[in-house]
Ligand binder design. Structure first.
Ligand code: HDE
Length: 714
């Protein structure tokens, strides 16, 4: 893991430091600085009399409290943020003049906010939803915001449909139900009437909508943007973030449980990892398309419901981002950070994607209502490290004091300042694209194929991914009360793939369409599947998949074999994982050798859903206690159901035996290590290094999909 000090980028943190109010030492005061001697009793007439209006401390305290809330984001309301830095691998001068992409020896500070889209600020993290992945680069030329998502495509092609889409997915207007869910009538009503959403729906119904961690999630700029170099030459560009830990997801049953057990699951994961020093890293990649090839594809580069398959245009890695600092205050930083697609720097420009063009209006507009006026760029987290100098003045929350006597141009009183910059002095110059046409409300015919890439996605999935997609459609549509909406969706799916449509229809008890509406073209794109190692950068680079930062539960009770616990814990920690001993009670456990081991967590506080794997050490008394404990039994069965690596040693195996897990043959007779569908067993005295190495391989693969998950009761 990189060391924060090694790669430190001081500019932004230096700017923030004087603004951090640590409230050190000294007495309580009002906001106007008067010291206060009692903040628990309001000023009243006699001990039992009425409160006085002149109690300025009371009024100020309550008034401030009454005004604490600001409107939450209309979408992406729930999120988590972190600071970090970005460094390019090499100069990209050939394609862009953007200063922060020129020098591999210079880092640029960043702030990243991850989010869910549909839920309110207090909703659960592990819902089926798109995730936001928004990055603010504090460059020397001003802020550049790459406001992306974890899917490379979007629901609609034109921004004017965004309010319709958001109204449909948000809780229904009459009763404000359901929260943070797409499994309801208005959402499916809208999308089933909106064929352009078909491709995006495939992503939404896939496991990509259930990230294991924000640290294990891809990001995409979605639109085709434009790089512009110093000579003014443009190149189309699509942005990709790839997490170095690989792209990994949860399963739906796990998500639903986690939504109650730990609604902050993804936020906590990010926070804890950064606090531990396990700094999340992402590689930035670009797909570059020369302007000559604008029309070389069978889709339109301006259509945000399309990807450029990586087999056609490979993703070229251009730099790496490390997130190494949690914010000090959630509201001041994560809530008040204001992203805007039109925060661009010289060398990065737009295309005429009608979704992007609309966003360029919306993000400024939304900050004005959300942050209360035009001075939101002055909030600490939003301030550029580049100098800001202009004639904009006044407004709510003005924090700058402008002593100069002029706030207009041209002027002579201030010597004409601030002066205009030339392009050579770093001024932003809009790309000079020639545009010609009549004013029309019409979409280009090149935007009209809504199914080919949905089929491409489906064809690229591994069997288990296809099963999960079918199950997701059945779940979501199973919650839809109106039959005609379910039927319409099946009909849409029949344009993607007949087998898919049939399986969904069967689950819903609807007639299965006999023939495909459009024959499946048979093409696939390996990079789309989570089963493909390309999903993880480290793996693609030939590095071994690792267990770094994975959480491992070691289930134990009094009478556990200390040697087993030690060996398991040490081996896992050596691989960079986070092992924890869980027991029926907190405190200490007695061990077979008369010693003790410390319990990290009581089992009742930490469900199996919060770990990536589970180990059961030996020790007859411990094993007997766990086999008689419903929580422990459920723990292992649930981990099995969710495809997680499991290891049991010696008498610990009896816990697995008590469960009758489907398809599992438990043999602890030999002294070897047995791996049966990701369940590793070894008799007492077996080589514990071999046990942990086998388990580590399973964890590095993330999940085991060859088990009969559906038949596992948990
Ligand atoms: Fe956004 N989007 N969006 N969006 N979006 C917002 O801006 C909007 C779209 C994305 O962590 C809002 O500050 C329109 C695509 C992220 O603060 C708002 C359209 C993509 C975030 C808005 C889109 C995104 C937002 C709400 C259709 C992926 C959270 C609060 C044209 C490329 C940023 C805010 C954060 C937030 C408008 C579509 C990503 C209302 C009109 C496509 C990550 O301005």
């Amino acid at each position: 893991m990189p060391d924060r000090a090694d790669d430190a980028v001081p500019e932004k943190q230096e700017q923030l430091e004087p603004l951090r109010d640590r409230g050190e030492d000294g007495p309580l005061t009002t906001n106007f600085g008067t010291r206060v001697d009692d903040t628990d009793n309001s000023l009243r007439v006699g001990e039992r009399g009425p409160t006085l209006l002149e109690d300025f401390h009371f009024r100020e305290k309550i008034t401030h409290f009454d005004h604490e809330r600001i409107p939450e984001r209309v979408v992406h309301a729930r999120g988590a943020g972190a600071y970090g830095h970005f460094r390019p691998y090499a100069s990209l001068a050939e394609y862009t003049r953007a200063d922060f992409l020129q020098d591999p020896n210079r880092s640029t500070p960043v702030f990243v906010r991850f989010s869910t889209v549909a839920g309110s600020r207090g909703s659960a993290d592990t819902v089926r939803d798109v995730r936001g992945f928004a990055t603010k680069f504090y460059t020397r030329e001003g802020n550049y915001d790459l406001v992306g998502n974890n899917f490379p495509v979007f629901f609609i092609q034109d921004a004017i449909k965004f309010p319709d889409f958001v109204h449909a997915v948000k809780p229904e207007p009459h009763n404000e139900i359901p929260q943070a869910q797409s499994a309801h009538d208005t959402f499916w009503d809208f999308v089933s009437l909106q064929p352009e959403s078909t491709h995006m729906l495939m992503w939404l119904m896939s496991d990509r909508a259930l990230p294991r961690s924000y640290r294990m999630m891809q990001g995409f700029g979605v639109h085709t943007f434009r790089f512009v170099n110093a000579e003014g030459r443009g190149t189309f560009v699509k942005f990709h973030w790839k997490p170095l830990l690989g792209t990994h997801c949860l399963v739906w049953d796990e998500c639903q449980k986690l939504a109650g057990q730990d609604p902050d699951y993804n936020r906590r994961d990010l926070w804890d990892a950064i606090e531990r020093g396990d700094f999340p890293e992402y590689e930035l990649g670009v797909q570059l398309v020369s302007e000559d090839d604008e029309f070389a594809f069978d889709f339109d580069l301006l259509d945000a419901t399309k990807i450029i398959p990586e087999e056609l245009v490979p993703v070229r890695p251009i730099g790496r981002m490390v997130l190494d600092r949690n914010p000090d205050n959630f509201f001041a930083e994560t809530e008040q950070v204001a992203f805007h697609t039109a925060h661009v720097v010289p060398g990065i420009d737009f295309t005429n994607d009608p979704l992007l063009q609309g966003r360029n209006f919306s993000y400024l507009d939304t900050q004005l209502i959300r942050l209360g006026g035009p001075n939101f760029e002055q909030l600490p987290v939003n301030r550029p490290v580049a100098t800001v100098r202009n004639n904009q003045r006044d407004g709510y929350g003005q924090h700058r004091i402008h002593p100069d006597h002029t706030s207009y141009a041209p002027n002579s009183i201030s010597g004409g300042c601030p002066v205009l910059a030339s392009p050579d002095a770093g001024a932003y110059v809009h790309y000079q694209e020639r545009v010609d046409g009549a004013k029309i409300r019409r979409r280009s015919p090149s935007f009209s194929d809504h199914y080919s890439q949905a089929t491409l996605f489906w064809n690229s999935m591994a069997d288990w991914e296809k099963e999960h997609i079918v199950a997701a459609y059945r779940f979501e549509l199973g919650k839809v009360t109106r039959r005609e909406i379910r039927e319409r969706t099946v009909e849409q799916l029949n344009h993607v793939d007949n087998d898919l449509a049939r399986q969904v229809a069967e689950g819903l008890g609807l007639p299965a369409p006999e023939q495909a509406a459009i024959p499946n073209h048979g093409r696939s794109s390996p990079a789309l599947s989570l089963a493909n190692p390309v999903a993880g950068v480290a793996e693609a680079a030939g590095e071994e998949a690792s267990i770094a930062t994975r959480r491992i539960a070691i289930l134990a009770a009094d009478g556990v074999a200390a040697g087993d616990v030690l060996a398991l814990r040490e081996a896992m920690a050596r691989g960079g994982a986070v092992p924890e001993v869980l027991a029926p009670h907190a405190g200490e456990l007695r061990t077979t050798d008369g010693g003790t081991v410390t319990v990290d967590r009581a089992m009742s506080t930490m469900a199996s859903t919060m770990y990536d794997a589970v180990c059961v050490p030996g020790g007859p008394d411990s094993a007997r206690a766990l086999a008689g404990d419903g929580l422990a039994l459920h723990y292992v069965a649930e981990a099995f159901k969710h495809g997680k690596g499991i290891a049991a040693v010696g008498s610990g195996i009896s816990l697995l035996g008590a469960l009758n897990l489907p398809g599992l043959r438990l043999s602890a007779d030999g002294d070897g290590v047995v791996d049966d569908h990701g369940v590793v067993t070894a008799a007492d005295g077996a080589d514990l290094d071999a046990v942990t190495a086998t388990l580590a391989d399973i964890i590095a693969e993330h999940r085991v999909w060859t088990r009969d998950q559906d038949a596992t009761p948990a």
